[in-house]
Design a protein around this ligand. Structure first.
Ligand SMILES: NC(=O)C1=CN([C@@H]2O[C@H](COP(=O)(O)OP(=O)(O)OC[C@H]3O[C@@H](n4cnc5c(N)ncnc54)[C@H](O)[C@@H]3O)[C@@H](O)[C@H]2O)C=CC1
Ligand SMILES: CC/C=C\C[C@H](O)[C@H](O)/C=C/C=C/C=C\C=C\C(=O)C/C=C/CCC(=O)O
Length: 256
């Protein structure tokens, strides 16, 4: 899929991995609508991106992925402004085992909400242009992160939802591909002060420190490059891409 003339929506776009995905898609020719709750960071970013790529290539919309109403309004505004949606990156996420219900609401339900609202605009069966959805899970979506059981559960959920949607879309003729990225530890704000985010499992913090020092960390640009691959490679549907400091590979799952 060539990105020139295409419109992407990225959630959690103001910082970190979402910012890197946004910049990668812009660099490759797409228009990008940035959704985030952090208005000040997003506005500063969009100002800079507009100078670099032009005023008509980006749009920031304040949107909390916990709210179906805000997502609906954001996607409608996107379609009104740019004429349709071709790419959705459900990326917003938090790590907070203390507020575990909020974690489920953002990390898993936010992906489902975003996808279902976007489908109304992207699905070829309801007049959309088709396209591709890339969800941000984590290596914790493939195996357990023992300090973060709920984070682990949400990311396993994102992997399962993505793969099932890929099959449903292919079998139904939606014209939309669904893929998921599973990065290891990435250098962003997300990794700052991890002990405070582990709730009742903070006594296990050493385990994570050892994992990080053994595994190393990724740059956001490595992750964004993988998202670009999953957006542009039209052979990829229902794929989960593991990204770690020494490389990346597509995950093989048991067949059903
Ligand atoms: N940093 C890491 O080590 C890894 C992160 N991930 C995942 O990558 C995604 C992005 O993480 P980072 O960029 O590292 O985090 P980050 O904390 O740097 O950025 C997250 C962004 O999402 C936004 N956000 C948070 N809640 C939101 C909501 N309810 N609605 C809309 N926007 C919201 C924040 O304002 C922020 O701009 C998350 O889903 C995270 O689980 C996956 C693997 C590794
Ligand atoms: C405090 C912990 C913080 C947050 C969670 C992270 O942000 C992230 O979402 C979770 C990452 C979990 C990583 C788990 C294991 C990583 C292992 C490696 O990177 C090393 C191994 C990979 C080899 C893969 C292979 O060779 O097949």
């Amino acid at each position: 899929m060539a990105l020139s003339g295409k419109t992407a929506v990225v959630t959690g776009a103001a910082m970190g991995i979402g910012q890197a995905i946004t910049e990668k898609l812009l660099h490759n020719g797409a228009k990008v609508v940035l959704l985030d709750v952090n208005e000040s960071a997003a506005k500063t970013l969009v100002e800079n991106l507009s100078k670099q790529y032009g005023q008509d290539r980006t749009l920031f919309l304040s949107c909390n992925v916990e709210s179906e109403e805000q997502l609906k309004a954001a996607f409608e505004k996107t379609v009104d402004t740019f004429g349709g949606i071709d790419i959705l990156c459900n990326n917003a996420g938090i790590l907070n085992e203390n507020e575990w219900e909020k974690s489920v609401s953002i990390n898993l339900l936010g992906v489902i909400r975003g996808t279902y609202v976007a489908l109304q605009h992207m699905n070829k069966l309801s007049g959309g242009r088709g396209g591709v959805v890339v969800n941000t899970a984590s290596m914790a979506g493939l195996g357990p992160l023992i300090t973060c059981p709920v984070y682990t559960a949400t990311k396993h959920g994102v992997v399962g939802f993505t793969r099932a949607m890929a099959g449903a879309s292919a079998a139904s003729g939606y014209g939309i591909r669904f893929n998921v990225i599973c990065p290891s530890f990435v250098q962003t704000e997300f990794l700052s002060d991890p002990n405070s985010k582990m709730g009742q499992f903070s006594h296990l913090a050493d385990v994570i420190e050892q994992m990080i020092s053994k595994a190393g960390t990724l740059n956001v640009s490595d992750v964004a490059e993988s998202v670009l691959e999953m957006v542009t490679d039209e052979t990829k549907n229902g794929e989960a891409l593991m990204i770690f400091s020494k490389g990346k590979h597509y995950v093989t799952f048991p067949s059903m």
